[in-house]
Design a protein around this ligand. Structure first.
Ligand code: NDP
Ligand code: HSE
Length: 436
């Protein structure tokens, strides 16, 4: 089948990440989409500037409208940001019969009603997963996964830059301006970082979330917005002393009288999961009437996390161009003809770390025997904890944490440990994953 041609507008943080992900995962993406996806052309302002991605094989230009008017291009991916010329480019792309993928929350929040009307008129898709919470597929989760619910409220940490600043202030006592400069260098901040720290970017995202959660028009001008520039290190420390964390939250709630839409710094009890979302990570809590509270967590900004959402949208669009309309999303995510036979590992071949609990006689040399058995099998120990024997008992509990080991090796070591006369009963094993 003929490849799909992409025209990329913008080759900065997200554009660069998108090129890298599309190139690196080309094989896997083709299996998912059902046909090859090629980046035909890309635009930027300065073609001499060094890029974070490999642009070989891509026609580069400063003339974005040439890409939008190129009849060989099927999908326009707008990653320039801001309103103009992004809006004109997106509308021209739709006029030319091209589907659009964008990460531009300002554009969708302010002009989405007009853009979607044009797309409907032309029978085209405008996909914008990357516009909210970077790499978290929150749009898909609300639009598809929670489609059976009445959404009661949602609350989110939806600006990575602010969360990064607040986290660094709390954990390291760093200065606001210094952390903001780092967020800019890391590519998290908007072109105008006041959009981040004054809460405007979060309000753009909240506008979009509220619209898909409640079925209301996009209405950015109705959002209450307060940023984090007034938050001092002292506030952060006092909140912490009282058992709270300060987070910039975007909150949308269905109240009896209407919908609440607000962005502001918020104290959250530190025991709440969302209070422990740190750095550039984002999280969105959505309360549906049927499902109850659900939490979505992941990187909210940065080149490849955001590209993850952009590329997912591109694949969605390609699937609609490729698949039988009654079966646009393949049941198993991959195209049926591309399901691959791959070996499934037996548990004995799996490598993981372990928590081991054993019951040992309270006498010299017992631990030395155990650690020797593990060492002889190449199993290294991360931590040992020896507890007092329970009242009236002579055996004491010993807890060992191991580094990663193949389960087959651990089974052999456990058999030897259980055979020691000083060990009472079976060794308790729980697998550990750092999930890092
Ligand atoms: P960057 O500033 O890093 O990149 C913007 C790109 O657009 C640059 O390549 C720039 O060219 C190009 N560009 C700017 N103006 C023009 C123009 N008039 N014609 C052609 N090209 C132009 O921005 P980001 O990648 O960070 O952001 C892109 C979009 O993604 C924005 O809408 C942003 O809100 C959104 N977003 C960003 C995230 C992030 O983590 N950064 C996360 C989620 C969404 P040149 O490089 O030559 O200057
Ligand atoms: N500037 C935004 C942030 C980028 O910091 O969250 C992701 O939308």
């Amino acid at each position: 089948m003929k490849p799909i041609n992409i025209g990329l507008l913008g080759l900065g943080t997200v554009g660069g990440g998108t090129v890298s992900v599309l190139k690196r995962n080309a094989g896997e993406i083709t299996r998912r989409a059902g046909r090859e996806i090629q980046i035909r052309a890309a635009s930027a302002r300065d073609l001499e500037r060094a890029r974070i991605c490999d642009t070989e094989g891509i026609q580069l230009t400063t003339r974005s409208f040439d890409i939008v008017n190129d009849p060989d291009i099927d999908i326009i991916v707008e990653l320039i940001g801001g309103i103009s010329p992004a809006k004109e480019l997106v509308l021209a792309a739709l006029d030319n019969g091209k589907h659009v993928v964008t990460a531009n929350k300002a554009l969708i929040a302010l002009h989405g009603n007009e853009i979607f009307a044009k797309a409907r008129e032309k029978g085209l898709m405008v996909a914008f997963e990357a516009a909210v919470a970077g790499g978290i597929p929150i749009i898909k989760a609300i639009r598809e996964g929670l489609a059976g619910n009445t959404v009661e409220w949602l609350a989110g940490i939806i600006n990575g830059t602010c969360n990064f600043i607040l986290t660094e202030m709390r954990e390291k006592g760093r200065d606001f301006a210094d952390v903001l400069s780092e967020a800019q260098a890391l590519g998290y901040a908007e072109a105008d970082p006041t959009f981040d720290v004054e809460g405007i970017d979060a309000a753009h995202k909240l506008t979009i979330l509220a619209s898909i959660a409640f079925g209301i028009p996009l209405q950015f001008d109705k959002v209450y917005v307060e940023g984090i520039t007034g938050i001092t290190a002292m506030d952060v420390a006092y909140a912490e002393a009282l058992g709270y964390r300060i987070k910039l939250l975007g909150i949308a709630r269905r109240a009896p009288e209407g919908i609440e839409l607000r962005v502001h710094p918020t104290l959250i009890p530190e025991r709440r999961l969302i209070a422990n979302v740190n750095g550039v990570m984002n999280a969105v809590l959505v309360k549906g009437d049927a499902v109850g509270p659900t939490l979505y967590y992941g990187a909210g900004a940065g080149a490849e996390p955001t590209a993850s959402s952009v590329v997912a949208d591109i694949i969605d669009v390609v699937r609609t161009l490729t698949s039988d309309p009654e079966n646009r999303v393949p049941h198993l995510a991959f195209q049926p003809g591309a399901i691959a036979e791959m070996a499934i590992l037996p548990i004995t071949e799996v490598e993981t770390a372990y928590y081991l609990r054993l019951s040992a006689a309270d006498q010299p040399g017992v631990l030395a025997d155990v650690t020797r058995i593990l060492a002889n099998r190449g199993i290294s120990i991360e931590a040992i904890l020896q507890k007092e024997p329970p009242p009236g008992e002579s055996q004491l509990p010993v807890i060992l944490l191991t580094h990663k080991v193949r389960e087959r090796e651990l089974n052999a070591a456990i058999a030897l440990i259980e055979a020691l006369p000083t060990i009472g009963g079976p060794v308790k094993r729980i697998r550990m994953e750092t999930l890092g």
